[in-house]
Design a binder for this molecule. Sequence first.
Ligand SMILES: [Zn+2]
Length: 250
Amino acid sequence: AQYPAKDELPDTNHPLVKKWIAEIDWSKVPKLPLAKADIPNCPDCPAGKKGVPKNACWWTCDGCVAPDDIEVCPREKAWGLTYDDGPSEDTPRLLKKLHQANVTSTFFVVGSRVLEYPETLIQEVKEGHHIGLHTWSHAGMTSLTNEQIVAEIKWAEKIVFDVTGLKTKYWRPPYGDVDNRVREIVRQMGYKTVIWTKEWDSNDWQIPDKTITNKEVFRNFKWALSTVPKLKGGVITLEHDLYTQTVNVA
Ligand SMILES: [Zn+2]
């Protein structure tokens, strides 16, 4: 097959991956311990902040933001609407709603989903939305080896390019899981790390488990809007287009 297996960590011995690995200056990549996680889940933060190395700047665990992370929109009170984890079978309905509302958005797409729904990715681009990468298998990046990180990003890059002819400048770490080791690797591959303004995560990914209700998402959203005047720049919000229920809330 031309691409790695869906939703699995790509083989780091693949000739293309070996070529991509050789393009990185590894002397610049900080040596940090790999996070413990049942791949591909979000790594657990060590109990307390004691277990977090000082030079890690591990957003997942202590909210640390690097100077070149994109956390807020540069424009005053603008807010970047973003959708993660797609494309999925529900994305066309979301696209229709965005089109009707005359709103463009940024979709951070998972390579494995692009493999399933290439036409939907093409539609996103055609309708003026921006595309960013969200890795190949949606693994927690801080738990992966350097080589696995390269493979996760570059296979996503390759399939997006193969389908659309575009190379994006942005990526968003799954679960927001990023530290300085991951950042340096993706920086060298030409990507800016986009995370979301922490208080703004609408928690909509919890809906399929029924842990929070549609009403609560809406309330979070209203609450978030009410905080706009207090935030310095714009904010970046996080939504997911993976699940049917999520799209119905939009
Ligand atoms: Zn995600």
